[in-house]
Design a protein. Structure first.
Length: 496
């Protein structure tokens, strides 16, 4: 019998990655991404960020061609397709399924005032209890901007989509979306369990612009004859999974149940925890969306904390303080300083406004340096501790929402390569950290396996997920970690 494969795409703002996973043993056989240099983002005005949707299609096609060749795989060998994508984007198409304008992507800030006005006009309690967030700078607010500033174009819109919906449409010719996707765009009313009509009415957006809704794990559509001919796939191949990048990262790490956490720490840092009941942060410092396995009968919410200044602070320290050594040496140097960095405290907020601080832009600041006793080892350790403490600050907010955090899943990459970072996070949070080898496109492929019924559940789908390392909290130094974290919070001065 011929080997069967699962295909996963991950549509990012810097590239589109594709992976082929052997459906029988769960192993990735080939991965590639395009472009090899970072994809362009158009910024016509300050604060704007746009990309051409067709570019995602071209990148997906190039990535697919490479992995099919490398894996010696034919189109008929692929049994299902899954898609992960950059969250919060807006794609507007006409009734010929053609984009009417470039996509307004996640890091575009033009719609902030539209979300703020809706929050004030509709009432904070109403928005939070129904949307679980403020309308913010999400997809619905971006569409409101288009309506007001490009009215002639708005009148031509047939449907609005997220980036993953667009790729699925190009593959199939079918326009649809998911509850998880609608929730990240502020289009979903959790209290009424339907499209958020009250927000659409406020913005004057017809509900007809919202695509049909399909389950996250299901046969959402099939590859069209035209797409099959263009890509070398088999017509009729089912598309059976779709998820935003952070929910999909959690899926990739087998994070599905309440209290489980998926964390990443690249340029920015994300802590994404699963909550088992409808709740929200009254100050909207974290975002809450439908997780990939959320259903009306099974509440599974993804609570998202983002710290913009995470890895970028560590990289700044490397460039400016320890420029004469590699990252591994830098981590060894930091470990020479004691827990708490002997009183040196760093606020890691030098990369723009932080939502966890209610959109304040505090900047990065260094406190408590004594020229007679502190060295660069103290500075580097304080930077890593400051990043961990910002994670734990957000995790405390999650705890107030009812999340009992006991385990953190992460890929062994970026800041999680640092033993000091890992030990400090486990020590302060009291959670066990498990490090894995995975990525978003591989996760999307396995999600497709769940959607097509190949796997009976997520545990079977991720049974072959390779656990690389387990870090247990250091009980002997628990009080020292807590004391350092308490001091950091005193310097921060924000009340939880």
């Amino acid at each position: 019998m011929a080997t069967r494969y699962l295909l996963g795409f991950d549509v990012g703002s810097s590239s589109v990655k594709a992976s082929l996973v052997n459906a029988d043993n769960g192993k990735c056989v080939s991965s590639a991404f395009f472009p090899e240099k970072e994809a362009p983002i158009m910024a016509v005005k300050a604060g704007w960020a746009e990309q051409e949707p067709d570019s995602w299609w071209q990148y997906a096609k190039q990535s697919l061609q490479k992995i099919m060749k490398e894996g010696n795989v034919k189109g008929e060998d692929i049994m299902a397709i899954g898609i992960s994508y950059q969250m919060h984007g807006l794609v507007c198409i006409d009734n010929n399924l053609q984009p009417l304008r470039p996509a307004i992507i996640w890091c575009d800030s033009r719609a902030v005032p539209y979300g703020e006005r809706a929050f004030a006009a509709l009432g904070e309690e109403r928005c939070l209890s129904h949307l679980l967030n403020s309308p913010g700078n999400f997809t619905a607010a971006k569409l409101a901007w288009v309506k007001e500033n490009e009215p002639e174009l708005f009148d031509k819109i047939y449907k609005v989509m997220l980036p993953g919906d667009y790729l699925a449409m190009r593959l199939s010719g079918t326009v649809n979306t998911t509850v998880s996707g609608l929730s990240e765009g502020m289009f979903w009313d959790f209290k009424e369990n339907r499209v958020a009509q009250f927000l659409l009415d406020y913005y004057g957006i017809p509900s007809s612009l919202i695509p049909d809704i399909v389950p996250t794990f299901s046969e959402q559509s099939v590859v069209s004859a035209a797409a099959a001919a263009e890509l070398g796939l088999k017509a009729g191949t089912p598309i059976t999974y779709r998820g935003g990048d952070q929910p999909n990262n959690a899926l990739s790490l087998n994070v599905f149940e309440p209290g489980e956490i998926a964390a990443t720490a690249g340029t920015s840092g994300v802590v994404y925890g699963v909550l088992g009941s409808l709740n929200y942060d009254t100050k909207s410092r974290v975002n809450t969306f439908a997780h990939v396995n959320h259903q009306p009968s099974l509440t599974r919410l993804g609570v998202l904390l983002c710290i913009n200044g995470t890895g970028i602070l560590n990289a700044w320290m490397h460039r400016n303080v320890t420029f004469d050594m590699g990252y591994a040496e830098m981590n060894n140097l930091a470990a020479q300083a004691p827990i708490g960095s002997d009183g040196v405290t760093i606020m890691p907020f030098g990369n723009g406004a932080e939502r966890v601080l209610q959109n304040k832009e505090l900047g990065c600041s260094i406190h408590g340096v004594n020229f007679n006793k502190h060295s660069r080892a103290h500075l580097v350790r304080a930077a890593q501790e400051g990043i961990v403490f910002s994670f734990c600050y957000g995790m405390e907010i999650m705890g107030q929402m009812g999340m009992n955090i006991q385990k953190i899943h992460a890929g062994k990459a970026n800041m999680f390569l640092s033993p000091l970072f890992r030990d400090t996070l486990a020590g302060v949070s009291g959670a066990t950290i498990e490090l894995y080898e995975t990525d978003g496109s591989v996760g999307a492929a396995k999600g497709a396996g769940m959607g097509t019924g190949l796997y009976k559940d997520h545990n079977e789908a991720f049974a072959t997920l390779e656990k690389l390392q387990v870090i247990e909290p250091d009980a002997a130094h628990r009080s020292a970690y807590q004391e350092a974290y308490s001091h950091w919070k005193e310097v921060l001065g924000c009340q939880l």
